[in-house]
Design a protein around this ligand. Structure first.
Ligand code: AMP
Ligand code: ZN
Length: 486
């Protein structure tokens, strides 16, 4: 078997054939660091993490680069429409643009850490690659793709025949759809800005052969991926809104400069929605990870939720869906916590194969999650083997199952009297219900009575009865341990 993945470039699910058998190269467009990222952005970054962990699971090494856009000037092509977000944030917070960028970069990395997103091999800051960008632009000018006017440099899109291959936005459509204001410096209104001469108001600017100015947004990613991963890479990821114009322009720039195919597999995550609309900063309908935490959810609950939706479907965010994920995750934690991790079992092949096949089938994480539950519920397998298998799965799931978060589980202790002695017990369960049910305690007592009377047939029957109700029971030197498993 091999990984099959939907490639936005060919609009087909294709077999993955790496450039190098051992080490896969991957580039993910990172955040513009002028504010906290929202959980829609984080869905996209998690999708790249699922892909990366799947590749690791399949035995590849992965060299993963993620950029930090700390040049805030241009998030749109056109200088007039482009809002200087970094500068705006700097004014809002009375800080320099650089302080703003560093602060939100750190906040972003913390969010990623909380979600168990593996850190990139390198987080490349756009401001540290200005030289590479300038060199790339020089190449484009030398090859006739780009031209300079009044200190700014533009890419003449008419010169690149394959423009539109990723997004289907053929040049004709672009011309008709262009609502861009005429810019006298451009040959065509849709030409894309590579370098812009800076006005007085810009605080972040650099010397270049054309002017003191700053780079366009798209050239950042072309320069940083080529500098770190070479002229052709295996994977490039982003959200669906990156397809056009950002990634289309990256292809034009990179392939124009190198003459080589830029990316073999383009993978895009669909949007996270709220009430059926794209979650976005500009609409104000967004939540950050902090909002989720403030409502009492562990960030990993959100990770679980994202695993339950396929990356090619838009996902509607609701608090109820987060609650459902919390319950499911608690059960996984309860199961993992109920089996002594010092005891090493063996992985259950048939489930590992099924789990792997789900991921290899276009990164079908919902099916992989279904397989997790099928395996956990298979009581014909020993606890130890099921736990070992679960921990193997967690290499991709990244839910921290080998390192249980106690915040999600509540352990209560108590004792009851039996035959003149006190029996201690502890119950570990999800804290959704407030009281321990009397029924449950009665069963535990009955079983203990039978056990003390050496009536093992009855005590086994009662143990099974408890299991049916979703509790595992264990006798230890400290007393009886009862753990909720589902
Ligand atoms: P930005 O900082 O706006 O460039 O966004 C960072 C990443 O998040 C990009 O890859 C976007 O495509 C992605 N993104 C933005 N909004 C959403 C959303 N609502 N759902 C999923 N991904 C998103
Ligand atoms: Zn990018």
């Amino acid at each position: 078997m091999t990984l099959r993945i939907y490639n936005t470039l060919t609009k087909q699910i294709e077999d993955f054939r790496p450039i190098d058998d051992k080490c896969v190269t991957m580039y993910s467009c990172g955040p513009t660091v002028y504010d906290f990222v929202h959980i829609g952005n984080l869905r996209t970054f998690m999708m790249a993490d699922f892909l990366r962990r799947t590749l690791l699971f399949l035995g590849y090494e992965v060299k993963h680069i993620k950029n930090i856009t700390d040049v805030g000037h241009l998030t749109q092509d056109d200088i007039d429409a482009g809002e200087d977000k970094m500068l705006k944030a700097a004014k809002r917070e009375h800080k320099t643009p650089q302080d703003i960028a560093r602060f939100y970069e750190e906040a972003f990395k913390k969010d990623e850490e909380k979600l168990h997103i593996l850190p990139a091999y390198k987080f490349t800051r756009a401001t540290e690659y200005i030289d590479e960008m300038i060199k790339l632009i020089e190449k484009l000018i030398a090859k006739g793709y780009a031209y300079e006017t009044n200190g700014s440099v533009y890419y003449d899109i008419n010169k690149f025949d394959k423009y539109g291959q990723l997004s289907g936005n053929a040049l004709e459509n672009l011309k008709i759809g262009a609502r861009l204001e005429a810019n006298p410096d451009k040959k065509n209104p849709y030409d894309l800005a590579l370098w812009l001469k800076s006005g007085e108001e810009h605080l972040m600017k650099w010397q270049s052969p054309w002017s003191v100015g700053y780079p366009g947004w798209h050239i950042e990613c072309s320069a940083m991926s080529i500098a770190n991963l070479g002229e052709t890479l295996d994977f490039h990821t982003g959200g669906e809104d990156n397809i056009f114009p950002h990634h289309e322009n990256e292809i034009a720039q990179s392939e124009g400069a190198t003459g080589k195919k830029f990316v073999n597999y383009w993978v895009h995550a669909r949007f996270l929605l709220v009430d059926g609309e794209k979650m976005s900063k500009s609409k104000g309908n967004f939540y950050t990870l902090k909002d989720i935490e403030e409502k009492g959810f562990d960030p990993l609950v959100y990770r679980y939720l994202c695993l339950t939706a396929h990356f090619q479907s838009q996902m509607n965010f609701t608090w109820q869906s987060l609650k459902d994920s919390q319950n499911a995750l608690k059960k996984l934690y309860a199961f993992a916590g109920s089996v002594d991790s010092k005891e090493e079992g063996s992985g259950i092949e048939k489930y590992i194969e099924k789990f792997q096949a789900a991921l290899e089938d276009n990164l079908n994480t919902p099916l992989a999650i279904a397989t997790v539950w099928e395996m956990i519920k298979d009581r014909s397998m020993s606890d130890r083997d099921r736990k070992t298998t679960l921990l193997k799965f967690d290499e991709v799931l990244g839910l921290g199952l080998s390192d249980i978060e106690p915040s999600l589980l509540k352990t209560e202790t108590g004792e009851f009297e039996l035959n003149g002695g006190n029996i201690k017990f502890s119950i570990t369960r999800s804290s959704t219900e407030d009281t321990i049910s009397e029924d449950l305690l009665d069963l535990v007592k009955e079983r203990e009575t039978a056990r003390q009377a050496k009536d093992f047939a009855t005590s086994d029957r009662l143990r099974n009865e408890l299991k049916k109700r979703g509790y595992e029971i264990k006798d230890t030197a400290e007393g009886i341990e009862i753990t909720e498993i589902e």
